[in-house]
Design a protein around this ligand. Structure first.
Ligand code: 13P
Ligand code: SF4
Length: 337
């Protein structure tokens, strides 16, 4: 997005504070956002917690510091709110890897499968899906599906592969990847481990299996933060987008957090280029002008909401690992109408 405004002499923080009150706005931010955006947000969280906040808020405006699929999720769940995204170009490589027409054809070719779909996808793909999952809810939700249920999992083949290995369930995988988590280097990670003997590795399941094989903990961004808090040692190697380290350093100033490296030996190649598009200046403009605004056609929104509602109710269920409980969740596959 081209910004033609001049911000010279503006106290952006104070202006954002003023507009937040004037607009009755809530600022939601993902852990991968720049520290200054995380610091002024009303709530910082992982994809599931951000969805829940977006659904529950009584604000009139949601300013979403994250990527477009997250802001669209907020709009699907809270259609009466104005949802602004500081930069509308903040997409996601996983979303890009799953064009809706190709996904629809894939579904049609496997009519006996349901679609369990990672939240990192377009609204159109959500509308073609039966149940959405986030990295923090995927195992809980999968455990509620009958073992004989055939399942398509997309768009992240790494998260899908991790779920297959962890649960022993067979999933038909869509071949999408996150460019950020694909960029970690196993060789450099092994060097870093050797330099920090005994330091555990916490990794996001969007990482490929060669990285996850070295991890002591695999989980969502919130899960990684909880692991960092609970671990007895002082040093943690973090294999996910490095802006999460800001929250770790704030909450645990006495511990030492090292971003896992890419092939060049440092963690800067693992900064998400889409998340990085959001800035203080763009947030200020978004709150001032209430644009760029997320708009979703109502029929599409209603279809997409079904799979998100299924996620929200199933994510709250307390089901043990692999324990289907007495009444497994029977999903009737969505049809193409
Ligand atoms: P979580 O924050 O839900 O773990 O997801 C990470 C992510 O992919 C954001 O793009
Ligand atoms: Fe998408 Fe990866 Fe960026 Fe998350 S980190 S928004 S999955 S490209």
């Amino acid at each position: 997005m081209e910004l033609t405004n001049s911000f010279a002499g503006l106290d952006l923080r104070a202006e954002i504070e003023r507009l937040r009150k004037e607009r009755n706005a809530v600022i939601l931010a993902h852990y991968y956002q720049k520290p200054e955006l995380q610091d002024l947000a009303d709530f910082v969280g992982d994809s599931l917690d951000l969805s829940r906040k977006a659904q529950a808020t009584d604000a009139d405006v949601i300013a979403f510091c994250g990527v477009r699929f997250m802001a669209e999720t907020a709009k699907i769940l809270s259609p009466d709110k104005i949802v602004v995204l500081p930069d509308m170009d903040a997409g996601c490589s996983l979303e890009d890897s799953c064009p809706p027409d190709q996904f629809a054809a894939f579904r049609a070719a496997h009519p006996d499968h349901i679609a369990l779909t990672y939240i990192n996808c377009s609204t159109e793909v959500k509308a073609l899906s039966d149940v959405i999952v986030t990295s923090s809810s995927a195992e809980t939700i999968l455990a509620q599906l009958p073992r004989d249920q055939k399942i398509i999992f997309g768009p992240d083949r790494n998260l899908g592969g991790y779920l297959q290995r962890k649960t022993g369930r067979e999933l038909l995988l869509w071949p999408g990847v996150c460019i950020v988590h694909e960029a970690f280097s196993e060789t450099e990670l092994m060097k870093l481990k050797a330099q920090n003997p005994g330091a555990p590795v916490a990794a996001h399941p969007e990482c490929p299996a060669v990285i996850l094989d070295h991890a002591d903990y695999v989980g969502s961004t919130r899960g990684i933060l909880e692991f960092a808090n609970a671990m007895p040692g002082e040093t943690l190697i973090v294999a996910t987008e490095p802006h999460i380290i800001h929250q770790m350093e704030k909450a645990m100033p006495l511990k030492n957090f090292i971003g896992a490296p890419g092939a060049d030996g440092n963690c800067n190649c693992n900064i998400c280029p889409y998340m990085a598009l959001n800035t203080m200046e763009k947030l200020y403009v978004a709150l001032r002008d209430l644009t760029p605004r997320i708009e979703i056609e109502e029929g599409l929104r209603v279809k997409a909401k079904k799979s998100l509602d299924a996620m929200l109710s199933m994510a709250s269920a307390t089901v043990g690992q692999g324990d289907l409980g007495p009444t497994p969740f029977r999903v009737v596959p969505v049809t193409g109408d």
